[in-house]
Design a protein around this ligand. Structure first.
Ligand SMILES: [Fe+2]
Ligand SMILES: [Fe+2]
Length: 494
């Protein structure tokens, strides 16, 4: 933990770093800051295993710092550690081939940087990654500014414009907060004493207000709400755009009280990356607004706590995989790729937030049973015998047993246990068929086969996306859930 940071600040830095995994598909990432102007301190990291080299403190003469400085204020990357001299030797200490760095600067001085490593599926870093990397850098800079860290001043009105502002607002962790808030508030928009309810979400550069039912507001009323929200954010020193840049996503459908004589606004979540503000329009003399805003604040606290627990569960999952990596070296890359594909498939299927989370976590852990097995022997075999195959097949039941005792909400263990069942009932371990296979297992089975086909393995070269999709299409209704196949094809084919 960096000196002077509380756990909330560290958690927010961690969330931003986590986007390196999601947006850049990095398998490892570390954040370094220079709080006092001396050496760079490791603040937090993801994905580095025990025994892998990751410096806790690095000074100006370290090859990594020389590399970052050499790129100035730009995102830098390299895809072949062997050609990189001293830096290459440092990267090799954690088994890394590829590096992407995001500098953090203030007044032209380097105050820190992100060190992101190997992409999943051995994909090279390149210019398509720059926009996402810069957005992560800006989000981190906003956090440092908001906290007045590393000599960065809070900058309330003229924030650096994030290159992907929409992406910030739509960050899944904050999306879950906003969605649960909307579900809580919408029914309250029409109660007596409330004219309308307006929920706004934004960051330093964008703001969007959703009118949650109640009276339809005219232009003047909407401007008044935006101004009120800007004022409240300013009072809380939250970076936000001017009232003119406020956009309205939805108009209320009428009904409820019609007199909007007073506006009451509360900042519910200060971000970063996103802030959330609620406004209640009410007739003069009504006191219902206060109960509504209190309920909203309570809901945000609960949703953030849930979000923190989900993040913690994902972190625990990473730790749980570590012992298996020695015997199955591609475990983490495979797990991360399968988890990411499964999450996207779950989102495309419009599963609930809970189910999407369960699928994502189960996909990450689907092969955790490998950590208990002598897998390295079988892994290198080109023609495993019956005995080896049976041993290998135990990994799904072993994995289910490992997570069973965690009592995670939903059937996490079941999702893992059945990830090798086939739609036609000839899979293992239970020979379940069709819809009796848990949906999460059907999703994972499909995405894991795709990842395995398109990845390099010990006994055959990787298949192209088209060939892998054709192979999967040919098995729709036999090996795979026929309803999932076209959705998945659209997802990865696009
Ligand atoms: Fe797998
Ligand atoms: Fe598996």
């Amino acid at each position: 933990l960096i000196a002077g940071w509380n756990s909330g600040q560290t958690l927010r830095a961690k969330e931003i770093l986590y986007r390196c995994m999601e947006d850049l598909e990095a398998t490892k990432a570390a954040l370094y800051l220079r709080p006092g102007g001396g050496s760079f301190e490791l603040v937090t990291s993801y994905g580095f295993g025990r025994g892998e080299e990751l410096a806790a403190t690095i000074t100006d003469d370290h090859p990594l710092v020389t590399w970052v400085r050499g790129r100035g204020a730009s995102v830098g990357w390299l895809n072949d550690a062997e050609e990189a001299g001293g830096l290459g030797r440092y990267l090799a200490g954690s088994g890394s081939q590829r590096l992407l760095t995001i500098p953090l600067t203030a007044d032209g001085l380097l105050v820190g940087f992100i060190d992101a490593r190997d992409k999943a599926r051995k994909i090279a870093y390149g210019s398509p990654d720059v926009a996402a990397a810069e957005a992560i850098g800006h989000a981190l800079e906003e956090l440092l500014r908001a906290e007045g860290m590393c000599g960065l001043e809070p900058r309330p009105s003229r924030g650096v414009r994030p290159t992907r502002a929409e992406g910030l607002v739509d960050h899944p962790l904050d999306r879950s907060v906003v969605e649960s808030l909307m579900a809580t508030l919408a029914p309250l928009a029409g109660v007596p004493g409330i004219a309308a309810l307006a929920l706004a979400v934004g960051d330093a550069a964008t703001a969007r207000t959703v009118l949650l039912g109640g009276a339809a507001l005219d232009r003047k009323q909407r401007d008044a709400v935006a101004r009120h929200q800007v004022d409240q954010l300013a009072a809380a020193r939250v970076p936000r755009p001017s009232a003119k840049q406020w956009t309205w996503a939805e108009r209320g459908g009428g009904g409820g009280e019609v007199r909007c004589e007073t506006i009451h606004t509360m900042v519910l979540h200060e971000g970063p990356p996103a802030w959330v503000v609620a406004s209640v329009l009410a007739p003069a003399g009504s006191t219902a607004w206060s109960a509504v805003l209190t309920a909203a604040a309570q809901q945000v606290r609960a949703a953030r706590a849930l979000r923190d627990y989900r993040l913690a569960a994902r972190n625990l999952a990473r730790i749980l995989l570590e012992p298996g990596e020695t015997s199955y070296p591609h475990l983490r890359q495979h797990s991360q790729a399968v988890s990411e594909l499964s999450q996207r498939l779950a989102a495309a299927l419009a599963l609930s937030a809970e189910d999407e989370e369960l699928v994502t976590l189960a996909a990450y852990l689907h092969d955790v049973g490998m950590r208990e097995l002598e897998y390295s022997r079988i892994y290198r075999m080109t023609a495993p015998g019956d005995r080896e195959r049976r041993l290998y097949q135990r990994h799904s039941t072993v994995g289910a047993r490992i997570v069973e005792s965690a009592a995670y909400p939903g059937d996490l263990a079941g999702a893992i246990r059945h990830h090798h069942e086939r739609w036609d009932g000839t899979g293992y371990p239970a020979r379940l068929a069709g819809r009796s296979i848990p949906r999460a297992s059907r999703i994972i089975h499909l995405t894991e086969v795709y990842d395995t086909l398109t990845s390099r393995s010990s006994y055959r070269p990787p298949m192209s996306r088209e060939t892998a999709l054709a192979a999967i299409r040919a098995e729709a209704g036999a090996q795979f859930d026929p309803e999932l196949v076209p959705v998945f094809e659209k997802l990865v084919g696009a």
